[in-house]
Design a protein around this ligand. Structure first.
Ligand code: PEP
Length: 244
């Protein structure tokens, strides 16, 4: 059975005091879903004390080498040492603003796996690509180049997050129809790799909030959500988690 995930991406938000308060107020206990948040790299040091059965701690990115001359990167070895459980790779903001490519994502996923970090590989099309009807072509390329060459190796330690770029931080959620159609399409693309690949957990991300989480949770091919803005408030994030 596919595992459920409710993950929060705090991006470059929250300071130490806000994080302490967040975890003091985080009382939600899920008996079914893997619930986790991704603070800024600078705050991951707090992860060791906070990570536990109720909440996992993730990094927003992970380097594709264990050590060396890679200024500004976060080593997967160091992340593991700090008690980090998982990492995002290929978030659209990394692709848009920091030149992340499918090729570099592939290397990051491999290193994360070698260091026993679960990877949440983010894929998604831009508004222009969506309007041109190219969504599945873009996703195929992101999967074939960014994941398939190492998929057999990382199977069991990889989750995919479908995040249409036009729905991230815009307040525009993709409709249930769009998410249903695209997530079925992603499962088909995974099927072109192998049958076991269709068993990978698939998340949706893009303006998820408590008000729309129930209907997203009802989509058969979707196994959870990756949440940005609404994960910053404990009560909203817990509200979303309850839907899963
Ligand atoms: C994200 O950053 O992955 C995201 C989905 O953001 P938001 O929920 O704010 O759209």
């Amino acid at each position: 059975m596919r595992k459920k995930y409710v993950l929060g991406n705090w991006k470059m938000n929250h300071g130490v005091n806000e994080i302490k308060e967040y975890f003091d107020n985080f009382t939600y206990e899920s008996n079914s879903a893997y619930v986790g948040v991704c603070p800024q790299t600078l705050h991951l040091e707090m992860a060791e004390n906070l990570s536990g059965p109720n909440i996992k701690i993730g990094a927003q990115n992970c380097a594709y080498e264990n050590s060396g001359a890679f200024t500004g990167e976060a080593s997967p070895v160091a992340l593991k040492e700090l008690g980090v459980d998982f990492t995002l790779v290929g978030h659209s903001e990394r692709r848009q603003f920091f030149g992340e490519t499918n090729e570099s994502c592939l290397k990051r996923i491999e290193k994360a796996h070698e260091n026993k970090l679960l990877t949440v590989y983010c894929i998604g099309e831009s508004l222009e690509e969506f309007e041109a009807g190219k969504t599945l072509d873009v996703l195929t390329e992101q999967l074939k180049t960014g994941l398939f060459p190492i998929l057999d190796k990382v199977l069991g330690n990889i989750v995919i997050a479908y995040e249409p770029v036009w729905a991230i931080g815009t307040g525009k959620t993709a409709t249930v129809e769009i998410i249903t159609e695209v997530s079925a399409g992603i499962r088909k693309i995974l099927g072109t790799h192998s049958e076991p690949a269709t068993g990978i957990s698939l998340l949706y991300g893009g303006s998820v909030k408590p008000a729309n989480s129930e209907e997203i949770a009802g989509i058969a091919d979707v196994d959870g959500v990756l949440v940005g803005g609404a994960s910053l408030k404990v009560e909203d994030f817990e509200g979303i988690a309850k839907a899963f």
